[in-house]
Ligand binder design. Structure first.
Ligand code: CO
Length: 427
């Protein structure tokens, strides 16, 4: 594997802290790819025809690949993941006053565990559309200052002190000051972004916890961080692609990171879009192939859909399938669901098991309790949109969709090793 860059727990912490929004995930991955000699392509232009290392960004999604040193008819090996995480996002008319407090109206994105967003010092990130003449330009925004807070109710004011039911309409607005006159939050954002307030025409702005990610435990065996679902995969997948691009093989390694998984993937850049299939077809066309050759290549290609997996929770072991205990630092996880909430079939399971064997890491097998609704991933969507043989895999964590999640420190490397081996199958 490449010695210049490799996955470890502290590297993951740095990655996550640099990436508070899907747009920032793409920016962080872009910097890593550019540092390894990848060239950014524009979907609106003709693409370079010479073999090489390339990537493109569509909104909060990114696809990267290397055709260096692989023959023209090589099938794809794809690692997929998602760049978005559940959080609280800014409404269109965010300025509120309540009981003398100045508030910012927020709305949950995806299946956020609302309790975990209370009483945290929150920053803001995302992107804004800025009017320049009659054109509109996108600008990334990031405010790493504690400007927002969603305050919890005092226990003395809750009914029978058993906690409160959190209503997503009424209970997750943030305070950002006091005073009877509403202030314009978007004006404040414009000032921070150094653009005139009246030029800000649209925004995708979201909150993030400002506490830095850290390696925790007396033996430093755990990573405590926000957005591990699914930046754990974005980080491991990027490292895997960088390693795979260094080795000639019989496959074209591809990294596909999609926005909007947490809300169903149906957007111009989600896994339900044409993004992956058009990019893969253009890779074949760029190498002199046609539709027939593209379809041949697709038939031999395999996708590993990477997303985080549920470790068995020590305080709630009864919530898990008793014969399928999943341990942190126990190695990558194969996710199987008979009702196809995960795309894994026996062929995909075989491909990933071989990759784990080649990487020298153990493989764990996850099955959700049959009496609890199972979550899903980009796996079934990618499989049905592209016809690619797909396997759902991940790394174990606790507290999925909390604003602060926990995974095994050793698993970061093991997961990246397995994904790298998956991208470069040998023999
Ligand atoms: Co996920």
């Amino acid at each position: 594997m490449s010695s210049t860059t490799w996955a470890d727990a502290r590297g993951l912490c740095t990655f996550v802290d640099a990436s508070p929004s899907p747009f920032h995930v793409c920016a962080t991955v872009s910097v890593m790819l550019e540092g390894a000699g990848f060239t950014r392509l524009d979907e609106r232009e003709s693409w370079a025809t010479e073999p090489g290392k390339y990537y493109l960004v569509r909104g909060g999604s990114l696809i990267a690949w290397s055709t260096e040193r692989v023959n023209r008819t090589a099938p794809f090996r794809i690692v997929g993941g998602h760049t978005d995480s559940p959080n609280l996002r800014v409404k269109q008319h965010p300025d509120l006053v309540s009981a003398g407090w100045q508030m910012v109206g927020l709305e949950p994105y995806g299946g956020a565990w609302l309790n975990s967003w209370l009483d945290r010092d929150l920053g803001l990130s995302g992107r804004i559309s800025v009017r320049v003449g009659n054109a509109v330009e996108e600008k990334l925004v990031r405010i790493d200052e504690p400007i927002l807070r969603v305050p919890q109710l005092a226990i003395h004011l809750s009914e029978d002190r058993k906690g409160v039911h959190l209503d997503p309409q009424r209970h997750v607005n943030a305070v950002w000051g006091v005073g009877a006159e509403p202030r314009s939050f978007i004006e404040f954002v414009a000032e921070k972004a150094e653009v005139p307030a009246d030029t800000v025409l649209g925004w995708e702005l979201m909150t993030h916890d400002l506490a830095p990610s850290s390696v925790v435990g007396t033996d430093e065996s755990l990573v405590s961080a926000p957005r591990l679902d699914n930046q754990g995969t974005c980080y491991a997948g990027t490292q895997a692609l960088l390693a795979a691009a260094e080795f000639p093989g019989d496959h074209v390694p591809v990294l596909a990171l999609f926005d909007h998984e947490e809300v169903g993937s149906m957007s111009d850049r989600g896994a339900f879009s044409d993004l992956l299939s058009t990019v893969l077809e253009r890779i074949v066309i760029g190498r002199g192939g046609g539709r027939e050759e593209f379809l041949q290549v697709m038939a031999g290609s395999v996708c590993a859909s990477g997303d985080m997996a549920h470790a068995t929770h020590p305080n709630y072991p009864d919530r898990h399938e008793p014969a399928h205990r999943i341990a942190v630092n126990g190695g990558p996880v194969l996710k199987v669901n008979q009702n196809l909430r995960y795309a894994t079939d026996s062929a995909g399971a075989g491909a990933f098991a071989v990759a784990c064997d080649q990487a020298g890491v153990p493989l764990q097998r996850y099955v959700h309790r049959a009496d609890l609704p199972c979550g899903s991933t980009i796996g079934p969507i990618t499989a049905s949109r592209t016809g690619l043989s797909t396997v759902d895999v991940g790394a174990a964590q606790l507290g999925m969709h909390s604003s602060r999640e926990l995974m095994g420190a050793w698993d970061v490397r093991a997961y990246a090793d397995a994904l790298a081996a998956f991208l470069t199958p040998t023999g």
